[in-house]
Design a protein around this ligand. Structure first.
Ligand code: ATP
Length: 200
């Protein structure tokens, strides 16, 4: 029996974290891209030191942590600077991800939570791609009422991502998260049972 690698994706506010939390509780090994991206720029690490070398002390907060907003304002309007940032962080994220995979049991179901899986064309890295799907109106409702985002900001972020259709086109399995959390839990239970079967 060998490990089963599952890619989990979905638009912002679609419910990826809810799904990955439930899969982890069921026994999956979770590798969360966003968490790794934060980890590799923690104070004291090589990543943050190299970012400061590249972009200057101005990208630090008073406490010496990374000022993401400041760094974002530098790189997001300049593809060349963004590429330099990615050249620092991506290999560190890759190395940490490899470490976590090696530490997982041989027969693990490894779930990779990758928000930009479709945008970056990463589907071939996984035995199975699971897409958490919700209507844009539901995403908006969750982002504004539960996350305190303005509707304008939420719409902007949704528009910057792949469309629902683009994501569904690469899905081997779709979790419909347009309903209640209870309905979501039922679908995750069925998915987990199928993943265990696929693994063997
Ligand atoms: P992001 O891309 O921003 O990380 P996400 O896809 O991980 O978002 P979640 O954080 O899982 O999304 O969900 C967004 C919010 O909506 C959370 O507060 C979550 O608890 C809530 N939520 C998710 N699914 C449901 C649901 N079916 N019913 C009610 N609330 C939900």
């Amino acid at each position: 029996m060998s490990a089963l690698r599952v890619g989990l994706t979905g638009g912002i506010g679609s419910g990826k974290s809810e799904v990955s939390r439930r899969l982890a509780a069921a026994g999956a090994v979770l590798i969360d891209s966003d968490a790794l991206a934060r980890e590799v720029v923690e104070p004291g690490g090589e990543g943050l030191a190299r970012i400061v070398e590249e972009f200057g002390e101005g990208v630090l907060t008073g406490e010496g942590t990374l000022n993401r907003e400041k760094l974002g304002s530098i790189v997001f309007s300049d593809p060349e600077k963004l590429a330099r940032l990615n050249a620092i962080t991506h290999p560190l994220i890759g190395a940490r991800s490899a470490e976590l995979q090696e530490a997982a049991p041989e027969d693990a179901v490894i779930v990779f939570d990758v928000p930009l899986l479709a945008e970056n064309g990463l589907e071939s890295l996984y035995a199975l791609v699971v897409v958490v799907d919700a209507p844009v109106e539901t995403q908006l409702e969750r982002l504004t009422s539960l996350r305190g985002m303005s509707e304008e900001e939420a719409r902007k972020r949704i528009a910057a991502q792949a469309t629902r259709e683009q994501r569904l086109a690469i899905a081997d399995r779709v979790i419909d998260n347009s309903g209640t959390l209870e309905e979501l839990a039922g679908q995750v239970d069925r998915l987990w049972a199928d993943l265990l079967e696929l693994r063997s």
